[in-house]
Every structure is written in C-alpha cells, then in structure tokens.
Design a protein around this ligand. Structure first.
Ligand code: PDD
Length: 303
C-alpha cells in the first residue's frame, strides 16, 4: 500500500480544500483521544450506495458518545455529493469523520464543543476486484478492541494491528475472536455457510459493528428464502464451514477461502458466496442510481 496522500479535493469544516492543504489542530480531540466517529459509504457510477443507512448509523454512533451532529443529514448528503462531483469519483469511497473538535487537553468533554467535520474520497475498483475472484485468506487472533464495537469510533489501532498481523503472516485479513467465537473482521463483518446452505453471521450487540452491507445481505438472503442464523460461531465451526465470506462497504462481499491452516471448501470462492456478491452488487447499483436520481431532482427543485 502506497503511503502517499493522493491528490484531490477534501472537505474540512465548511471548506473544500486540496488534500495538501487539509489540516486540523493538534489539539483536536479526534487526534488526542480518538474522540471521533466516522462513516464510509461506497460510490458506484458516481452515486452513493445505501447512504441513508450510513447516515442513520452515524447519528446513532454520535448519540452514543454524546456528540451532536454538526449538520442536518440532508446537508451532509449534499456535501458528499459535491465532493464526489469535485473529485469526479466514479467508483470508490466517501470517508466522513466528525470529532469533538479542538479543546484544551482534558479527559472531560469540553462544555461547548466545536466539532470538526472532514471528508475525503478514495478512488477504488470495488466491483472489479481481484480479491473477489480469487478469495482471500484470513488468520484468527484475539479481539483486542474495546467493549463498544457497535460504535463506529476512529479508535482503530487494535483493528489496524489485526490487519497488519495478517499481512505479516502472508494472509489478507484477520477475523477477531472472543471466547473462542468470531466477532468480526478487522474492518468487515464475518459470515459462514453451513452444510445445508444456511448463512450464519454473528448477532448484533456491543461486540460488532452493525454493518450496513450485513443488513442488506440479510435482507437479500431472506428474500431468496435462504435460512439465516444470526448467532455467534466458533473458530472450529468457521474452519469446517462449506463457505465463508466477509461484508463491508469498502469491498462488498469478499469470499474467504482459507482460515488459518484450513482451506475452506475446495479453496475457491463458494457458489453461494458468488451468488450473494452478485445480488449485492445489483442492489448497490440500484441504490447508487436512485441516489443520482434524487440528487438530480433536488437540483431541479432548487433552480
Ligand atoms: N469498515 N465491522 C467493522 C469493524 C468495520 O470497520 C466495518 C466497516 C464493518 C462493515 O460495515 P459496513 O458494511 O457498514 O461497511 C464491520 C469500513 C469500511 C472502514 O473502516 O473502512
């Protein structure tokens, strides 16, 4: 992964700025305390995918840490769209982060916070992604994160260490484990397929992020009449699964073909996983197109 900051237009507190000009204070609580919430929405054909659900989760996370939403969700959506346009983003990600802002360093929350809102985009081929064709290998390791993983906070060091440990071991990602049960991937939700073609993914709770992709895949699976179990599963169960995959806005549905020393299925992406990926991409494309339609009708109304 290149370390270079890619050029482009970013958004920092009311202003669109070149990436090289985009800075925040060293006293920002996002920097000092990881006192910040973020969201990542994917973009296909220039349209936002499942964005209202991402913004609803943003509001929920902010509420859990008593941080006010600095702008109305419609305004945030407008800024996300403007950023996509300014960067000519066809396919990739829009990253958004809200911090409690700069304040004298003190563990207590400042009484009148001045939140920081930053956004940037990342160009990325999500649909035509080699990992989706080959599948990825993962390792398992203890979940070292905090006790409120349902909050999308930027406190990501444990997740980052988990990802790096996978790369150092020659694998692609880590599924994290608590009490011998998989919680989730370093930045994705974990799924397995049982011998009857049943889907299994961990139930919601404070141990995992309520993934937006997870919720859409659950809906699509139910529409297909697939049996779905939302429950914790053990490492052994994962290793003997018929198929395995992960879900996230950054990569959609990614087949897992190896877990630690065990090959999953025949070592190739499983048929159900491939089908679910296909269905998810179709749904994501529809969502992106309806986002573009909505943006158009808003701009006509405002003329
Ligand atoms: N990560 N679990 C964790 C710990 C995550 O960080 C993510 C997303 C998910 C999947 O959520 P969703 O389907 O809403 O993207 C699950 C984003 C993509 C990131 O940190 O870059």
């Amino acid at each position: 992964m290149s370390n270079a900051i890619p050029p482009g237009i970013t958004y920092v507190n009311d202003r669109f700025l070149e990436a090289s000009e985009a800075t925040v204070s060293i006293f920002d609580r996002g920097f000092l305390f990881a006192d910040a919430i973020y969201e990542v929405s994917s973009v296909l054909e220039g349209g936002l995918v499942d964005n209202p659900a991402h913004l609803a989760r943003l509001q929920r996370s902010l509420g859990e840490v008593d941080l006010p939403l600095p702008l109305a969700p419609e305004k945030i959506t407008g800024l996300q769209r403007e950023l996509i346009e300014r960067n000519r983003l066809h396919e990739g990600l829009v990253y958004l982060q809200i911090t409690r802002g700069p304040a004298n360093r003190d563990f207590a929350f400042p009484s009148s916070p001045q939140p920081t809102l930053v956004m940037f985009v990342q160009h990325k081929k999500i649909v035509d992604n080699p990992a989706a064709k080959s599948g990825i290998s993962i390792i398992t390791s203890p979940d070292l994160r905090w006790a409120r993983c349902d909050i999308k906070s930027v406190s990501l060091l444990a997740a980052s260490m988990a990802k790096q440990a996978a790369l150092d071991a020659g694998a692609d990602d880590t599924w994290m484990v608590e009490n011998d049960r998989i919680t989730e991937g370093s930045s994705n939700n974990a799924w397995i397929v049982g011998s009857e073609g049943n889907l299994i993914t961990r139930h919601l709770g404070s141990e995992i992020l309520p993934g937006i992709t997870r919720s859409v895949v659950l809906r699509l699976a139910q529409e297909e009449g697939l049996e779905v179990e939302e429950r914790a599963f053990t490492v052994a169960e994962a290793k003997s699964a018929a198929e395995a995959f992960s879900t996230s806005a950054a990569s959609f549905v990614v087949p897992v073909v190896r877990i630690d020393d065990r090959v999953i299925g025949d070592g190739k992406p499983g048929p159900l996983t491939r089908e679910i990926r296909k269905r998810y991409i179709k749904s994501a494309m529809e969502s992106a197109r309806s986002d573009i339609d909505e943006a158009r009708s808003n701009s006509q109304e405002s003329r």
